[in-house]
Structures are given as C-alpha cells and as structure tokens.
Write a protein of this length. Structure first.
Length: 131
C-alpha cells in the first residue's frame, strides 16, 4: 500500500472537492465530483446504494481520486487503488460531518436514502505542487 504523507492528507481533510473515477461494467471510466475525507489510512467518500458508483465498486473495486487544493489549483494529489470497504455502519453520521465541513450544516437525507462509506486503500499516489 502506498503511503500518503501527512502534509498531503490535508487536501482530503480541508474542504476541497474531489473527482472519483470508477469503472463501468464495460471497463470505461465513470467520474463524479464528491466530498472527500481521510481516516489516516484510507481515502474516504460517501455515496448511496442507489447510485451506479455503488454498483460499479461492488463489481470492480478499482478506483481513483483526484483532489485539487481549492486555494491553488496547481497543488493536487491523485490516488488510485481499491475500495476495500463499502459499509453502511456510521455512514449517516459521516455524511453529516462532511456536510458540516463543506456547507456548515447537516445533510438533508432523502426519504429511505441509505448512505454508504467507501474506503479506498492507496496503491499509487502522485502529488504535484506539494512539499
């Protein structure tokens, strides 16, 4: 597993937006802008069970994440690897924490919406403009 340095992890912890790429059933890439997080070992994002991304990750856990520094677009980190966990445990609390980070308030859950935490284990890391 590749290591992400603490100073690089700030990009995941600060309110920067990320693009997550997964693989469709035919092998073509699918990308989505997401809120992003870091648990000290994994890149973490939150999705729903009804999104295609969830189905794609269950079938093929390979994914990549690209995060730009919101204050300097020439500072970024790209991480690729495998999503090693898809869990509903703690997912609702997690989306509320992310919503506070990005919007300053709780997330508005839709009726019957099931949130899922995805944890990506870094295998390849490329950073640009970071010390």
């Amino acid at each position: 597993m590749a290591r992400i340095r603490d100073e690089h992890a700030r990009l995941f912890l600060d309110p920067n937006y990320a693009v997550v790429a997964t693989l469709r059933r035919d092998g073509s890439p699918q990308q989505t802008a997401v809120w992003i997080d870091w648990d000290g070992e994994h890149v973490v994002f939150n999705i729903t069970e009804t999104r295609k991304k969830f189905d794609f990750l269950r079938k093929d856990p390979r994914a990549s994440v690209l995060v730009f520094d919101g204050d300097d677009r020439y500072r970024w980190i790209s991480v690729s690897g495998r999503v090693v966990e898809l869990t509903t445990h703690g997912a609702e609390e997690h989306i509320h924490r992310l919503s506070h980070k990005y919007r300053g308030s709780d997330y508005t859950l839709r009726q019957g919406e099931q949130r899922v935490i995805a944890r990506l284990a870094p295998e390849h890391v490329t950073a640009y403009g970071l010390d």
